[in-house]
Design a protein. Structure first.
Length: 442
């Protein structure tokens, strides 16, 4: 079967297998020389690509839900959308969610995903109580912060290289409504934008849309979007008369085919960015929106990755330490502008302190996600951006990566050697491998 990550680059032929029980999985593991697990396939690059791939999508039951304490246990193939559906009417929500609800629980652990609230609550693994995992030899082991802690630290953010995640038990967040009290504030350049992040650093959720095509004094201009879970009182004040924990399903759009390569161009991107920027005023605009609109706006457009055409795309996401973020981000925006290879989407977030997982991405600072079509000159530009990320003390997000060098990985992930030593001890035959792990020399 031909598979790829969300960016549709690269694409490979793979023997894709499924399982519905632990016994079925044990047989698959025993009969394969090497393999990697795969959930929804939403990581951008080659981290879930291998000649032999084992899908978790049919291992997808919610096993337990404690409605009083907000603790849930799910099999690895459960999507976040199904977790939300099971818990929201009981007054609970995900403690941490990325920008799509179609990620699986196993994928969220393997990528140690983060959301718009990292500066307040950390990554997904910071809310995980226990993980059951099948090791390369077929043994099933439970790990947590207090039991088999090294396995827990290697598995959370470990991109599936320690074993196949079977189940995860994690805590939820108590909510009064299914809505968010959201506000917008416009910033004329990057310096103003970072000042806004600092001004609203105590707000639970924040992210900024950034205009990557702006130049000179407008370089890095954008819109800060921030919010809190709305209370019942908030709904009353804004005259929202719907049921507090219920939202109406909206019609979804769908991209039926891959766009031609010329459809995305500088003029279209510039026009769109100007319209978005000037749509928002300099004053704070507050409203009530449902959780889908706030957390998952792109989920409403099915197969939106097809707008990049058959060439595919990549998301280049990096984080810089807080003390070097202003200067480093300016240098990176300047480099992109001079290259004339533009990102048509850019999202900026503030990270709090990182955790002690070996390969977890966040460090205290600012992270920028840039969406590029795969085109002539892109890889040369990204190599130049790598040098700037290194110079300013940052690193790249492995879940979005499809071309980082092993040298860059080892230099920027300070616990990569510890991870590699642990993996060699755990997986003596190197059964767990992906295209990414071979490229990075893990």
């Amino acid at each position: 079967m031909r598979i790829s990550g969300w960016g549709n680059y690269p694409k490979i032929e793979s023997d894709l297998s499924y399982f519905k029980s632990v016994d079925e999985l044990k047989e698959l593991v025993a009969n394969r020389e090497h393999f990697i697990a795969r959930g929804a396939g939403l990581s951008y690059g080659d981290s879930s690509l291998s000649k032999n791939t084992i899908s978790t999508l049919e291992f997808n039951r919610i096993l337990a839900f404690d409605e009083k304490q907000g603790i849930i246990t799910c099999e690895a193939g459960v999507h976040f959308k199904d977790v939300i559906k099971a818990v929201i009417l009981k007054g609970w929500f995900l403690s941490v969610t990325p920008g799509t609800k179609f990620v699986t629980v196993g994928g969220a652990v393997a990528s140690d995903v983060h959301g718009k609230n990292h500066h307040k609550v950390g990554t997904f693994s910071d809310h995980v109580l226990a993980i059951d995992i099948m090791l390369p030899d077929g043994q099933v082991v439970t790990c947590s912060k207090s039991e088999n802690h090294d396995l827990f630290k290697a598995t959370c953010g470990g991109m599936g290289l320690t074993g196949i995640i079977l189940t995860a038990t994690f805590t939820l967040k108590r909510i009064e409504t299914a809505y968010i009290k959201q506000a917008y504030k416009r910033a004329g350049n990057l310096d103003e934008l970072i000042n806004l992040f600092e001004q609203f650093r105590d707000v639970s959720y924040s992210i900024a849309w950034v205009d990557c095509l702006s130049k000179r004094s407008k370089l890095g201009r954008g819109i800060l979007i921030y919010g809190e879970h709305a209370t019942r009182k908030d709904l009353e004040e804004f005259h929202v008369s719907r049921k507090p924990l219920f939202i109406k399903k909206e019609t979804k759009l769908s991209i039926p085919f891959e766009f031609p390569n010329f459809a995305l161009n500088w003029f279209l991107g510039k026009t769109f960015n100007c319209l978005v920027f000037h749509k928002h005023s300099n004053t704070i605009n507050t409203s009530i929106v449902d959780y889908d609109s706030f957390f998952y706006p792109l989920d409403r457009v099915h197969n939106w990755n097809r707008v990049y055409g058959h060439r595919g795309s990549t998301e280049y996401q990096f984080v810089l330490p807080k003390e070097s973020s202003r200067e480093g981000l300016m240098a990176i925006f300047d480099k992109i502008n001079k290259s004339k290879i533009y990102s048509y989407f850019a999202g900026l977030k503030l990270f709090g302190k990182g955790n002690d997982n070996y390969l977890s991405f966040p460090i205290h600072g600012y992270t920028l996600a840039l969406e590029f079509p795969v085109a002539k000159g892109l890889f040369e530009l990204l190599a130049d951006l790598d040098k700037l990320v290194l110079e300013y003390g940052g690193r790249l997000y492995i879940s979005k990566d499809m071309r980082m060098s092993g040298m860059m990985f080892k230099k920027t992930y300070i616990n990569s050697e510890k991870f590699q030593i642990y993996k060699q001890k755990l997986d003596k035959g190197n059964k767990l491998q992906s295209l990414q792990s071979k490229r990075l020399g893990i």
